[in-house]
Design a protein around this ligand. Structure first.
Ligand code: AMP
Length: 145
């Protein structure tokens, strides 16, 4: 394994995020790597495609607020400062690729579920992030499997 200067940890802000962050920290600590966190918020309009005549603004704002708080709590466990707690908007794989280029990240750490059957056919965030990545990716099998 090479020496990584800047590691980006992708978190979905469920309890599983803690496992992913802990594993990333295991890699970062002995090498003195910089750690950043990213959480992608998918706009609600993606889910509803604009078909429902509803103003989703306040719900979206609430989601963003909650995400910021949860990301900050996760970051606090590793002393990751505000400027390295990234909330991005859009599809996780697209935004993670964009951010990792912009922040000159050399490793992305992500969780992975051992999916099978229909869930495998539907794919996963880890798979999507792996495709088209411009840096190394490490996917950790999440323990709930
Ligand atoms: P999933 O394949 O969606 O179950 O997620 C597996 C892993 O992908 C999670 O453990 C995170 O590392 C990452 N991930 C999923 N959703 C997001 C998100 N919205 N933002 C950032 N990373 C995510």
């Amino acid at each position: 394994m090479g020496k990584y200067k800047h590691i980006l940890v992708a978190v979905d802000l469920t309890d599983e995020g803690k496992q992913v962050v802990a594993r990333a920290s295991d890699i970062a600590q002995p090498q003195g790597s910089t750690l950043s966190l990213v959480h992608a918020i998918e706009p609600l309009s993606y889910a509803y495609g604009g078909d429902i005549p509803m103003d989703l603004t306040s719900i979206q704002e609430e989601i963003e607020q909650q995400a910021k708080l949860k990301l900050a709590a996760l970051a606090a466990t590793l002393d990751i400062p505000k400027e390295r707690q990234h909330i991005v908007y859009g599809r996780p794989e697209v935004e993670i690729h964009k951010l990792s280029k912009k922040q000159e990240v050399d490793l992305v750490v992500i969780g992975s579920h051992g999916r099978h059957g229909f869930a495998l056919l539907l794919g996963s965030t880890a798979n999507a992030v792996l495709h088209g990545a411009s840096c190394d990716i490490r996917a950790f099998r999440l323990k709930s499997d």
